[in-house]
Ligand binder design. Structure first.
Ligand code: FAD
Length: 282
């Protein structure tokens, strides 16, 4: 097997120019997905443009009521960030579930999102929080809601030559509750069978602005909109939560694979959505 060559750009502009000049080139960040794909012959590229050398894409900052996370930030940096733990703990929870410690110190947020696995750990909590991604190319930059970023398994709205530069997350107000749960067969070495993220605002005992996101049970992470509408504007009693969980299990379209049948995944959606919402049961 002929391995692709590695280009080490001196800065972001250099990386964009290289990707633009060579249609067979692909960005590589931590390489935990890309190198496996190349080795298994599932991904072909003539050159890898090493974003790992771009320290300008590695940051977690607060600007007013938003948190910005650079695409090259590792999952371990997210897991250990006090800022993220304080304002968006569901993101900390997701980061701490991703792979083993060795993987988390190498894997990046940008790589996890751009790889677009239906089970991608970081997508559900960020979608639930209303995050946006900034995409940059030689032609300029654009901002896309993360909810609209995924097109299918391994496929996103990224155009040729475009790089995901950062993720922008609005800091939720103090009334907003969030949670992230995932079910996997082996805790630290396996991807999720089902993952669930919820963000909702509790106002006078009623659930408002409900966002319920499911991963690993459809071609992309999805919002369970029918389940959200059962909760929206209502007191989250156990009866309402049970109805919402049942609706969520009907809304997804899981596949059967070695980790579980479609029916098993639907059942796990029901169990985990109920578990996630039970925290706020009235
Ligand atoms: C043993 C093991 C366990 C794992 N467990 C989990 C798990 O539990 N949960 C989970 O979600 N994932 C898991 N993964 C998958 C993987 O570690 C993550 O998806 C990781 O976050 C990918 O990041 P990376 O930096 O390594 O991406 P890379 O492999 O470098 O890149 C992945 C893809 O994204 C593209 N890309 C990377 N960065 C950018 C960018 N900034 N802009 C545009 N395109 C970009 C690359 O071209 C490539 O197509 C596991 C992997 C392994 C090997």
């Amino acid at each position: 097997m002929k391995l692709p060559s590695l280009y080490v750009p001196s800065n972001l502009q250099d990386a964009l120019a290289r990707l633009n000049a060579n249609s067979g080139a692909r960005p590589i960040a931590g390489g935990t997905d890309l190198l496996l794909g190349v080795k298994r012959g599932k991904i072909s590229c003539s050159e890898m443009v090493n974003l790992g050398s771009l320290s300008e894409l590695r940051y977690i900052t607060q600007e007013g009521n938003r948190i910005r996370i650079g695409a090259l930030t590792t999952i371990a940096q997210i897991e250990n960030s006090d800022l993220i733990a304080r304002y968006i703990p569901a993101v900390t929870a997701a980061a701490s579930c991703l792979g083993s410690w060795q993987i988390r110190t190498t894997a990046t947020l940008g790589g996890n999102l751009c790889n677009a696995a239906p089970s991608a750990e970081m997508a559900p909590p960020l979608i639930a929080l209303g995050a946006e991604v900034r995409l940059v190319s030689l032609g300029g930059d654009r901002t896309v809601p993360l909810e609209s970023f995924f097109v299918g398994p391994g496929s996103t709205v990224l155009r040729p030559g475009e790089i995901l530069q950062e993720v922008i997350i609005p800091i939720p107000t103090s009334e907003v509750q969030t949670t992230y749960l995932r079910h996997s067969l082996k805790r630290s070495t396996d991807i999720a069978v089902v993952n669930v993220a919820v963000a909702l605002r509790l106002s006078a005992g009623k659930a408002e602005d409900v966002r319920l996101v499911l991963g690993a049970v459809a071609p992309t992470p999805i919002r369970a909109r029918a389940a959200e509408s059962i909760l929206e504007g209502n007191s989250p009693t156990m009866a309402t939560i049970v109805r919402a969980a049942e609706e969520a299990s009907k809304e997804c379209s899981p596949i059967s694979d070695l980790r579980g049948s479609a029916d098993y995944r639907r059942e796990m959606v029901r169990v985990y959505v109920k578990r996630a919402l039970a925290n706020w049961a009235a």
